[in-house]
Design a binder for this molecule. Structure first.
Ligand code: 4AD
Ligand code: MG
Length: 478
């Protein structure tokens, strides 16, 4: 095999008048002469100039959109507009044909909905190439951030017995023959006969196991897939999504919020540095898309400006109680424009409320803290007021909740009392409670929804477009 150069390296090297071999997929072929070749290393295509008079017509016919090629030739300064270099081809080998009559990805504009149906091919578009390169960078940046700070990457189990969030939205894991499920004498499903000898599910969060690690390693983080069987057909929910969950011993709620804000700024900056071309492309894409909208629905800032703005400003921090006051007095509440009107203290915030706070009121990311205990999970640390817990949610423009976290209840008696109140079986979580029995200490952590982060950084509007193969109700294709 001849040494192949990736197009990104070739375009960045600035070299000319050298012999190169490139490999990639044809985006377009114009006038039997100009191939736009893309190999996924960059959004920029390489222009191949074909000496069509001296090329076998049988080969020319096979240079079609989608075909895989190996091209050798001379890299020269381009005479044309739009690119700095061309490759003057001396040999073209067809590695894989692509029947132009049948290839679903014609060289024209396709809707995002259509591309979702051909998710196996959508990587080959400029938009999805950019999205998945940015996604890659963000995941690397997350590891870099934590590794630089001495956090231990902990792999928590995918199959668990606990429903950490207590929301009952877990997918069962079983190897029972579903047509013939063993029953006990009283007619209940007999999980003793199941693979694990008990009822198990896919994890909804690695937090509880993460806490166990933090009680020895001090600072840990998880970064893995999580699964929720919520029947939410929204642009912000997936049934399978990736979550980053750091857990830190000796942190309180403020330390927790500081770390989350630092993390978000760090990874956004990292992507801006590493994927400038892609983010510029996505910024243009969004501008084009927003031209279809009425003026008052368009963003005030471009994607690039929005990301920069997020880096340059402190996130606004306030309590749930303060937020409720703002919302109660807000115009959409008074004019009954909210679907769910804010009447009093204690109700959960809907995404319309979160977005009002972030997009209209503060116009920047917001960290909301100290929520009513009734609307939050059992493990959150109870505040002295007896009404609220040391919870925090981070809300982002266009996204709503991107991070959820809290300081944890480290006091055994308070934790047990809360579990009893909500009806969480203590015997099943004996191992979790043990950390409170043996050297428990103040600690805190949060979960960052990775796809929501990718949504924000790419400016895309639907979470199904920022994960390669989205899982959502009635869809597990590919
Ligand atoms: O707020 P959540 O449910 O918090 C937890 O799971 C905690 N155990 C985290 C912790 O403290 N360690 O989820 C955390 C984040 C949300 O803020 C959101 O960004 C994302 O995970 N998320 C989802 N993303 C996509 N699809 C879904 N169905 C999601 N559910 C939550
Ligand atoms: Mg949450």
């Amino acid at each position: 095999m001849s040494t192949r150069t990736k197009i990104k390296a070739l375009l960045e090297s600035g070299e000319v008048d050298i012999d190169v071999t490139v490999k990639g997929w044809v985006r377009t072929f114009r006038n039997n002469q100009f191939i736009a070749l893309n190999d996924g290393s960059t959004n920029n295509n390489l222009q191949i100039v074909v000496d069509f008079e001296n090329t076998d017509p049988a080969i020319l016919k096979r240079i079609t959109t989608g075909a895989a090629l190996s091209v050798s030739g001379r890299l020269v300064a381009s005479l044309g507009k739009g690119q700095s270099v061309d490759v003057k081809a001396t040999s073209i080998e067809i590695l894989g044909d692509s029947d132009p009559e049948k290839y679903p990805l014609q060289p024209k504009k396709h809707s995002l909905e259509f591309l979702r149906e051909i998710a196996h091919l959508r990587f080959r578009t400029n938009t999805f190439g950019a999205i998945f390169r940015v996604r890659n960078t963000l995941s690397f940046a997350i590891h870099t951030f934590f590794q630089e700070r001495g956090f231990v990457y902990l792999h928590t189990p995918v199959i668990t017995q606990s429903d950490a969030e207590g929301a009952g939205e877990a997918f069962h894991v079983t190897n029972f023959d579903l047509a013939n499920v063993p029953r006990t004498d009283t007619g209940e499903v007999d999980y003793k006969q199941d693979f694990f000898g008990k009822s198990t599910n896919l994890t909804v969060s690695g937090q509880l196991e993460g806490e166990l690690g933090a009680m020895a390693l001090s600072d840990i983080y998880t970064f893995g897939p999580t699964f929720r069987a919520e029947n939410s057909n929204t642009t912000r929910h997936l049934a399978e999504f990736w979550m980053i969950e750091p857990e830190m011993a000796f942190y309180d709620l403020k330390d927790n919020a500081d770390l989350a804000e630092d993390l978000l700024k760090y990874v956004i900056r990292y992507a801006l540095d590493k994927n400038k071309d892609d983010i510029e492309f996505l910024t243009q894409r969004l501008l084009e898309e927003e031209k279809q909208k009425p003026q008052n629905e368009r963003s005030e800032l471009t994607l690039l400006e929005k990301l920069q703005f997020c880096l340059d400003n402190d996130f606004e921090r306030l309590t749930y109680t303060e937020a409720i006051e703002i919302l109660k007095e807000s115009t959409p509440n008074k004019k009954k424009k909210f679907q769910y009107l804010i009447e009093g203290w204690g109700t959960d915030l809907q995404s319309e409320h979160e977005r009002y706070l972030v997009e209209k009121h503060f116009k920047k990311p917001v960290i909301l803290t100290d929520y009513p205990k009734e609307i939050k999970s059992f493990y959150m640390r109870q505040n002295d007021d007896g009404k609220t817990v040391a919870a925090m949610d981070i809300l982002f423009p266009g996204i709503g909740e991107i991070v959820g976290g809290s300081q944890r209840e480290e006091r055994l008696d308070k934790l047990e009392q809360r579990m009893d109140e909500i009806g969480i079986p203590k015997d099943e979580l004996w191992w979790y409670l043990d950390t409170r029995r043996f050297g428990g200490c103040p600690h805190a952590g949060f979960g960052l929804g990775f796809e929501r982060l990718v949504l924000f950084v790419t400016g895309m509007g639907n979470i199904r477009d920022v994960i390669p193969f989205p899982r959502f109700p009635k869809n597990a294709e590919f």
